[in-house]
Design a protein around this ligand. Sequence first.
Ligand SMILES: [Zn+2]
Length: 336
Amino acid sequence: MKVIEKYNDSLHNPYWKYQLGPETYEVKDTPLRVESIKKALRSDDRFDFITAQQFPERFIARLHPYHDYILNTASGLKDDDEEFYPDLFPGENANLRKKVDSPLWGGIWCTDAVTPIKKKTYEVARASAETALTGAELLRKGQEQTVYALCRPSGHHAGPRVFGGYCYFNNAAVAAEYLLPEGRVAIVDIDYHHGNGTQEFFDEVKSVFTASIHCDPTNEYPYFWGYDDEKGKGQAVGTNHNEPLPKETEIEQYSGAVDRITCKVKEFNPCFLIISAGFDTHRDDPIGGLKINTEDYISIGQQFKALEIPTLVCQEGGYNVDVLGQCVKSFLSGFM
Ligand SMILES: [Zn+2]
């Protein structure tokens, strides 16, 4: 299986701690996550590493109105350790006619004050999107049945209006847009957190089916999205499906939810499947709260493989660097 990567620069290493409600959180998107995945896959000769190609800026910029804001803010930082966070959120009815490119106006484009922009952030986020695009290109050419894009940073919380949740550009959405001229696309998000950005991108697009299986957002990020009554909007009603699960869910119940999603995907009959694959569902993940074991990901992968649809797997979350690589390997093994 082809594994696509582009440099995941260690200089994009957010380290801030923050308070959200009663809890203290630590940003855990460390470059060690990528090392853990590479180590597990490189030791297995079924995986073939290739470097992502470059794509014109427009493939990313056209989906993200905040593209220039991220680019300009990152390039305006003086040194590699500096981090920029928005701290002013003007709200919906503010007069936004002037100075929208000023870093001070970051609150227009970002949902939170915990997703830093660093000097390397634009470069790394763009490389991450190009990793997904390269995977999409391989599927489009019909050369591969399953491709894994080792994306970092993640993308699924970045939406068509705003980014956030450690995500800058939505890698899965960029890949889906690239594939859409060829036919319908389904995106299934299995990260512990609901894929709110992805859902919003395609909420009104009837040629893209989106589904997410995640921890119940009543008590978990992203809080305001991911409930089971979100079914798509306008002409696209019926093309979104959410499976919110209680904390501590184990594989039996989890597999049932995956079955319900794969049935919906089959009905939709897409030409391509994109899986936003986060492994913060693992029982030992420091952020997540589900109870999936490392070897359980094999059977989850098999459930998706049974659809027999050309599939692009995009890396999302997963923060226990001791197990992350093995989780990815298990999941991808399910497709072999
Ligand atoms: Zn997550």
